[in-house]
Design a protein around this ligand. Sequence first.
Ligand code: F6R
Length: 614
Amino acid sequence: MCGIIGYVGPRVARDVVVSGLRRMEYRGYDSAGVAVITDGALEVRKKAGKIGNLIAELDEAPLPDTEIGIGHTRWATHGGPTDANAHPHVSGNGRIALIHNGIIENFAALRLELETRGVALASQTDTEVAAQLLGVEVGAGADLADAMRTVCRRLEGAFTLVAIDATQPDRLVAARRNSPLVVGVGEGESFVASDVSAFIEFTRNAVELGQDQVVDVSRDGFTVTDFDGSPAVSHPFEVTWDLSAAEKAGYDWFMRKEIFEQPKAVADTLLGRYTTDGALKLDELHIPEAELRSIDKIIIVACGTAYYAGLVAKYAIEHWTRVACEVEIASEFRYRDPIITRSTLVVTISQSGETADTLMAIRHAREQHAKVIAICNTNGSTIPRESDAVLYTHAGPEIGVASTKGFLTQVAACYLLGLYLAQVRGTMFGDEIGRWMGELAATPPLIQQVLDGLDPIKQLAAQFIDKKSVLFLGRHVGYPVALEGALKLKEIAYLHAEGFPAGELKHGPIALVEHGTPIFVVVPPQGRDQLHDKVVSNIQEVRARGALTVVLAEEGDAEVEPYADVIFALPRVSTLLQPLVATIPLQFFACELATLKGYDVDQPRNLAKSVTVE
Ligand code: F6R
């Protein structure tokens, strides 16, 4: 939420900043702005709306070429999406320009204090209080980094701040608490940003800042301290993907590109985990096996799509490990005083690694002495750093706001974790684990097969332009797939959609069904249990009431055919693995429908990619 970038070096700062903002626009698109220093004064351009508005403003009123600049793309929290509330904010004495990601929770008291001291505030934002406080400090003679530390000690909440001082055109100072910040280290140039995509074009050498740290950045390097000024440790890392991964490569939307990247993303996530001697190895999980054997409960905590990945994981983990597994929405977790002991394993799932609710859940769990494993896609993010261990998904950067390859790779990583726990705890024989790993390893070509056959879904979307509501049904792991299908439609096609467990429909929601109500149904593979037949019965129940049924079923499933108005054939896989193939048509359907409706698929209204506020 909110993208921030700062640059100091020999390039034209304005251009570096604007290109970084373009790449981070998925983090928020309510307004955008840039500030540079020229001849000892700040120059700022900022505009409400998407970055195109800022660029038009820069065309009309160009900024000079300078070697330092900061920029911001906003997801509004305090104060509407107006020009005045856009960042950067400038202190009353004209010295400081500041950008911010997060929420300053005690801003009202600080605002009052500033107003009492005669400082006039020009916006309704929480951010401006930090800019004004910093202005007061440097105006009284404080060094910029000292001033930043003083101000940070007074702030409560979540913040990444980046500031420049009009009198120091060779230096920027940034700080972070509970919001992301990485430093990019180039040759004779430096960057700070919310994420590495902002500067990947120029350097892959990055440094992750820790909690409550201030970084003082010049073109030749940086120094890191804590908020009290003591030297602090930061963590260098190399970004493993390049600029092309952060671009659309000929697709109309990042989301569509990311849907089509899923065979590779899943293959990369599974890669190198299973050794030739038949053992599953998760090298990055530095938790002693004895501790994993002593676990008596698993709690998976996540938000949104990642939470649905957790719901899938519950079925697999309980089946394979026989350990009770609960799945919790992160924003609810700590407020209900969950029962956590030293024997609880908390597994968090997060694509961005920055989701504030998930992060707070981790802190709560660790305070109760639980072990925390993070499943995460973003190297250098906060969640892995604050967890005991991390299992990385290797999806590459996910830029479309609606998560797609993030979900599939999270599900794949959860399967790996489940099988690994089964191996460590001895609840499955090695050859059984090997069979599952073999089936998992065979899924990328099956995912490709689904992608190659999506034309009927495209045609279907054209028939849904005027629909007002869509229901999704599933049982077992098909239920989270139904939830995910509904979420995708809501978030990018702005269409009311709800997912239900197919068996639950009769307990109320079936009253919604009338002639023509569209219902997508995920049908489990035909198998030994009765799951398949039960879902087929549920389809008949809604069909009898006039529903239009769109059925996703295993290829060759003749039993369901008579009850489907539209049928989409899925490749054969075990029930537990079916989400890896069944989710794709639903992602694609939402993308297609939103495109037909003329919506901005990658930047849906009111949303932002990385939810760094609670
Ligand atoms: C939906 C979506 C969100 C995220 C959720 C968690 O398409 O993207 O629901 O899944 O905000 O985000 P991460 O995984 O970054 O913690």
